[in-house]
Design a protein around this ligand. Structure first.
Ligand code: CP
Ligand code: NVA
Length: 304
């Protein structure tokens, strides 16, 4: 069988709706999985910190009967002169899959090309596909369906926003990326997502106006204003993004049953206020839990 990667949402675009459903099924079947990944080892390579991605992948493969190995990339020979290509070839002889959190998407792509086992992105500077899968699972659970629903992403047009654009387009959810003009999502991804949405009968729209964008929204979503590896000073980010904060005023513009999402970790008082994050419309902890069920669907599909 040809090995496949999940580095961009596009790598599994055609199966995305099925992956969402599989995640929900595996969530319902938790505790009764019958070890479909028995004997499989996942190497988890991290260049940056992580709570959710690391733990959910480890628990996911363990509950599916397999085993995960955590590697801090700075402690590998790759961080001390060995080439990325040699590293990818060696890892392919030991294990059945690689989960990689990288600073640079070019490193991610190179490992994805050279490794003969599946490579799954745990985030890079361009995308965070596994987060977007858990997000779609959460939206389907809370809203029942995607068609005609409107997601407004507010803040920095970063990796999380890029993957959300592809994922929304793929399932037929309308999405507005509402960001400052200087921090819009990747232009190529925005265009690619708009084309997919067009074919699916949904809409991908760019905006700089939170008040206009949030009108009639079903879902408000935000992420940190300064991502890992971004050297924008905090004070500068606060000034730039202040009007994009999810707070009770902005939430009151959206539909009454609008849900609030955040991939976490959150910076309370910056991109989201504590009262909204802990309020009745927030689903952020269900969303975090769904990382586990979504990782299972990805591992089950790629490593079996
Ligand atoms: N959302 C997310 O990927 O969280 P971690 O950085 O904790 O993995
Ligand atoms: N955009 C954030 C996501 C963290 C999960 C970052 O890249 O740091």
């Amino acid at each position: 069988m040809v090995k496949r990667n999940l580095i961009s949402v596009l790598d599994m675009k055609d199966e995305w709706p099925a992956l969402v459903d599989l995640s929900i099924k595996l969530k319902e079947e938790r505790g009764n999985h019958n070890a479909p990944l028995e004997g499989k080892t996942l190497i988890m390579m991290f260049e940056k910190p992580s709570t959710r991605t690391r733990i959910s992948f480890d628990v996911a493969i363990t509950e599916l009967g397999g085993h995960a190995l955590y590697i801090d990339v700075s402690k590998m020979q790759m961080g001390h002169g060995e080439t990325v290509e040699d590293t990818a070839k060696v890892m392919s002889r030991f294990a059945h899959g690689i989960m990689y959190r990288a600073y640079d998407y070019k490193m991610m792509d190179r490992i994805g090309e050279v490794a003969t086992i599946p490579v799954i992105s745990g985030l890079d500077n361009l995308e965070h596909p596994c987060q977007a899968l858990a997000d779609m699972v959460t939206i389907k659970e809370k809203k029942g369906s995607f068609r005609g629903k409107k997601l407004v992403y507010l803040g920095d047009g970063n990796n999380v926003c890029n993957s959300l654009l592809y994922a929304s387009a793929t399932v037929g959810l309308d999405m507005i990326a509402c960001c400052p003009a200087t921090r819009m999502p990747n232009a190529e991804i925005m265009l690619g997502a708009a084309r997919i949405a067009d074919a699916n009968g949904s809409k991908i729209i760019a905006s700089h106006d939170p008040i206009e964008a949030c009108r009639d929204a079903d879902i408000l979503y935000t992420d940190t204003w300064v991502s890992m590896g971004d050297d924008t000073p905090e004070e500068k980010a606060i000034k730039l993004f202040k009007m994009y904060q999810i707070n009770s005023d902005l939430l009151s513009i959206a539909k009454e049953d609008c849900i609030v999402m955040h991939c976490l970790p959150a910076h309370r008082g910056q991109e989201i206020t504590a009262d909204v994050m802990d309020g009745p419309q927030s689903v952020v902890f269900d969303q975090a839990e769904n990382r586990l069920h979504a990782q299972k669907a990805v591992l089950y599909t790629l490593l079996r």
